[in-house]
Design a protein around this ligand. Structure first.
Ligand SMILES: [Zn+2]
Length: 241
């Protein structure tokens, strides 16, 4: 199992960023799973395009708060079967609730940074199975790494399942650190309300430093060659095996 999968945590990105990132995926014909955080026209477009899977990205730092958030996200995206918690919040009670109360079938909330031989596994709750797909890489992990390169090629020879996790805002900004993102939040408030011209004016272009956007574009080339799938596709493949 050496599959490479692309996932995106939306994290309240404004629609223009979601659309630009989706356009890159469409032009390379690369499949991906998006974890939605809010109601959005751009996310509705993805929902109606079979190239994309839309899962949910509930946010809270308590189990009860998470349950409420999942309920709300499932109201917005009733067909979602994949979930990643924002902030990677975990609890065994929550895992059971995901599967039993909210019909989630796939959880990708475990981060195993660049660990070789990651493989999918099931956990069971009241005789229902939840497929756990831990992720291998994320751009904020790369930012904080002492050996950050944002070079996609040097990670892909690692054996095992490799799920790459991006955030549309960091692809769009081509972030190499959190600095420009933090500045934008300070000056413009929460990302959902950002306007493109303000983002360009305040954040600039990053000065040609390699970042998440470069990594993503490189990964698209790799995936276009190797083929890729959504988390849901992987669950189906495992069911058939
Ligand atoms: Zn998040």
């Amino acid at each position: 199992m050496d599959d490479i999968l692309i996932t995106l945590d939306v994290d309240w990105a404004p629609d223009f960023m979601i659309r630009d990132v989706a356009a890159l995926l469409r032009s390379s014909n690369v499949r991906s799973t998006w974890f939605a955080t809010h109601e959005s026209e751009a996310m509705r477009d993805l929902e109606s395009d079979s190239l994309f899977e839309v899962g949910i990205h509930p946010a809270s730092f308590t189990t009860d708060g998470m349950r409420e958030s999942i309920k709300e996200m499932k109201r917005l995206y009733p067909n979602a079967i994949s979930l990643r918690t924002h902030g990677l919040f975990h609890s065994s009670i929550l895992k059971k609730a995901e599967r039993v109360d909210y019909d989630i079938e796939i959880d990708s909330s475990i981060y195993l940074r660049e660990m070789p031989n990651i493989s999918p596994f099931y956990t069971y709750y009241e005789s229902k199975s939840l497929l756990n797909l831990p992720f291998f890489w994320t751009e904020d992990g790369e930012m904080y790494s002492p050996r950050s390169t944002f070079n996609a090629e040097d990670k892909i020879s690692c054996p095992g399942l490799k799920i790459f996790t991006y955030h549309p805002v960091h692809i769009w900004l081509n972030s190499a650190t959190m600095d420009r993102y933090t500045k934008l939040k300070q000056e413009l408030g929460p990302p959902l309300g950002w306007k493109k011209e303000d983002v360009v004016r305040i954040a600039g272009d990053g000065g040609g430093v390699r970042g998440a956007g470069d990594h993503f574009k490189e990964m698209l080339q790799i995936c276009a060659k190797r083929g890729t799938m959504t988390l849901k596709d992987m669950a189906e493949r495992m069911r058939e095996a």
